[in-house]
Design a protein around this ligand. Structure first.
Ligand code: ZN
Ligand code: ZN
Length: 237
């Protein structure tokens, strides 16, 4: 359904896609972020041996903490202009959210993956962010916990990347047709409404922390949200 801002959005899309350098390869972008996550996870698991069942508890525990961190980082870094993280705010709120709205989430061409995916260096930065915790576990003699912790965080990053991509794939694609992906994609599409993005549906993967924090959008105006997303501007808070 087209709205008042849709033609302006198409002009923006043409402008931003036109700025993507000719050497950019969408396939290489997905492959690099995925491979980095898998390699880092494999390296982290290399020293892990003779795992006691109780040690495996760190996997679900890390997943829940990662889910809560995703929620908070999305709210406080991707949707607020913080001086040391201004780049990701611009890329997420002022570009990604301006281009993809609740009623129109699909990429038009593979090149647009540049406007959806985490940059490859982002996977490295996320690894660096968790390394101090891993180092603390390692030097406390908990080498299995350190390895399992890092591997889980890397699996989480890769799942974030692929799930977010799947929400923005054309609906007719095989991945986009999966019932689970469609359900999660709808959750994310509501977040892409300009008047809901700052406080609702802040999980991009599984909305566990949205449920815990009461930010799971349950409004009864969903048809309206899907109809009027293009009428509201995506602006700075
Ligand atoms: Zn998105
Ligand atoms: Zn967002």
């Amino acid at each position: 359904m087209a709205g008042a801002g849709d033609s302006e959005r198409e002009a923006l899309r043409a402008e931003w896609v036109g700025r993507i350098p000719p050497w950019y390869s969408p396939a290489l972008h997905v492959a690099t972020t995925t491979a980095l996550g898998i390699v880092f996870a494999a390296l982290a698991l290399a020293p892990v041996h003779v795992v006691r069942p109780v040690e495996l508890l760190i996997v679900p525990l890390t997943w829940v903490v990662a889910n809560a961190t995703e929620w908070r980082a999305h709210r406080d870094l991707l949707h607020k202009r913080v001086p040391w993280a201004a780049t990701i705010y611009v890329q997420h709120t002022l570009q990604h959210h301006r281009l993809y709205l609740t009623h129109d989430m699909e990429i038009r061409s593979p090149k647009e993956l540049r406007l959806v995916l985490i940059p490859s260096y982002g996977v490295v930065l996320l690894l660096l962010a968790v390394l101090p915790i891993a180092a603390a576990l390692w030097f406390a003699g908990q080498r299995n916990l350190a390895g399992l912790f890092v591997a889980t965080t890397q699996a989480y990053v890769v799942s974030y990347e692929w799930l977010h991509l799947s929400y923005h794939l054309p609906r007719g694609s095989r991945v986009g047709r999966s019932p689970l992906v469609r359900r999660l994609a709808r959750h994310h599409a509501i977040h892409h409404h300009p008047s809901r993005m700052n406080q609702w549906n802040l999980n991009v993967t599984v909305p566990l922390w949205d449920w815990v924090r009461g930010t799971l959008y349950r409004g009864e105006d969903l048809p309206q949200l899907f109809a009027d997303a293009a009428k509201e501007p995506v602006t700075d808070r």
